[in-house]
Design a protein around this ligand. Structure first.
Ligand code: EPZ
Length: 417
């Protein structure tokens, strides 16, 4: 088991360079099997979610070559065999193989995906989308078989602008006959990145980034080269850490527009920032104002930044409120923030945070990936030593987190116990 130890209350100065986006990478790797030739993707983060997806590619006999930050995927000798539960349960995004295999072979067989326990996380919208394209879905216990004699373009309205369903339906539809239109599609930047990748291969997708995406099916997808966008959630996490401990901290290689909602909230609570073309420089202010926020689909305030942002609000003067609207179970970090000295109560989907309260190091748990990021942020601020367990969650999504934070002055290490 790995634990992380952080000695907090240090000023952090210097530059943190942001890696490729986890939530784009985890869709791009399964999407790559759609090519009939070879796909090269660069700026791939070295995180355990990337490894888990490469394991699935290898189990499907796909040729995978990795070189530092890039990956070359060649599915020429691929076999469409069932994806075992030991692979699918490692991460949520294993479900993108459903759409990609259905698109390429008209059949996918795999077990229910894993991932963070932040809510029920149904996949009904994905399956309804596949059915609209002509697939039959059979569910045997935990296993799903999705197959179609013929995949035909369709008009699909999503009841909720789901990121996963939008991408999965795009993957299934790129090689379908005719035109598919996804209405109420999700607009997250990762969707645009995946659509661009598929278009680089020869797909005909328009409208990605808006709520209507049109996909004209093609017979062949070819060789392509693609770059993963910077990780807006990793960027947001380090910007929040900069607002807690920066003296100043530069968060570099980002697309500031992708974290607009966060930057507006930071401005509102009194955090000093310099926003450049591809960076943000952020410093800890004298004091923070309280605020209220609600998570929302992009371009709203990202649910994935809600947990780290709550840490910041423990330092605000007065009462703040955070309402989580996307996931039912995303306040698991709160008891641990309280054990560090915060004063937060949760009722239904709203956390009420009274501040400011001094945080003091203790033992806490990373209950999920972004709860883990919140624990890191809190530990960096807290006086004394904080020990975080379940660190595996954090390593699923933050590349070289120890090295990046050490470089700017943090006292942080991971130990195997
Ligand atoms: C993606 O999850 C991200 N994961 C999540 O990030 C992120 O929190 C989420 O989008 C929202 O931004 C990846 O990209 C791998 P959704 P996804 O489908 O696609 C409901 C992180 O920390 N829903 O947009 O699974 C669902 O229950 C992770 O990096 C259905 O009801 O999210 C939820 O309430 C955690 N039926 C809402 O929609 C469905 O078929 C949003 O889910 C699908 C979703």
């Amino acid at each position: 088991m790995k634990i992380m130890e952080i000695c907090g209350a240090k000023e952090l100065t210097g530059t943190i360079r942001i890696s490729g986006a986890k939530n784009a990478t985890v869709a791009l790797i399964p999407a790559a099997i759609l090519t009939d030739e070879e796909a090269t993707i660069c700026n791939i983060p070295e995180i355990t979610d990337t490894e888990a997806l490469c394991d699935i590619l290898e189990a499907l006999n796909v040729d995978v070559k990795r070189a530092s930050e890039s990956i070359i995927i060649n599915p020429e000798n691929m076999q469409n065999i069932e994806i075992e539960e030991k692979f699918s349960k490692k991460l949520r995004a294993s479900y993108y193989f459903m759409g990609a295999l259905l698109g390429k072979y008209k059949k996918a067989s795999m077990y229910f995906p894993g991932g963070c326990s932040i809510g029920a996380r149904p996949i009904d919208l994905h399956l309804k989308g596949f059915e609209a394209l002509g697939a039959k879905v059979t569910n045997e216990g935990n296993k799903y078989i999705v197959e179609a004699e013929d995949l035909k373009g369709a008009n699909i309205y999503l009841d909720f602008a789901s990121v996963g369903a939008t991408i999965n339906i795009m993957l299934a539809a790129v090689r379908a006959r005719g035109t598919t239109v996804i209405d109420n599609a999700a607009k997250e930047p990762e969707i645009v990145n995946v659509a661009t990748f598929l278009n680089n291969m020869g797909a005909k997708i328009t409208g990605a980034g808006t709520s209507t995406i049109k996909i004209v099916g093609v017979d062949h997808l070819g060789k392509c080269f693609h770059e993963v966008i910077p990780d807006r959630i990793e960027a947001g996490t380090y910007i929040i850490i900069g607002a807690l401990c920066g003296k100043p901290l530069k968060v570099d290689n980002i697309i500031p527009e992708h974290v607009d909602a966060l930057l507006s909230k930071l401005d509102e609570i009194g955090v000093d920032m310099e926003i450049g073309a591809d960076y943000v420089v952020v410093s800890k202010p004298e004091k923070y104002k309280a605020t209220s926020l609600k998570t929302a689909v992009y371009p709203g305030f990202a649910t994935d930044l809600q947990q780290p942002f709550t840490v910041l609000l423990t330092q605000s003067n007065g009462k703040s409120k955070v309402t989580e609207t996307i996931w039912e179970n995303r306040f698991m970090h709160i008891p641990y923030l309280n054990s560090l000295g915060a004063d937060i109560s949760v009722k239904n989907q709203t956390a009420t945070i009274m501040g400011p309260h001094k945080l003091v190091g203790t033992e806490v748990v990373a209950t999920d990936l972004r709860a883990g990021a919140a624990m890191v942020a809190a530990a960096l601020l807290a006086e004394g030593k904080t020990t975080i367990t379940n660190v595996e969650h954090i390593l699923r999504g933050y590349e070289h987190i120890v090295e990046k934070l050490t470089e700017v002055g943090a006292k942080i290490e991971i130990k195997e116990i």
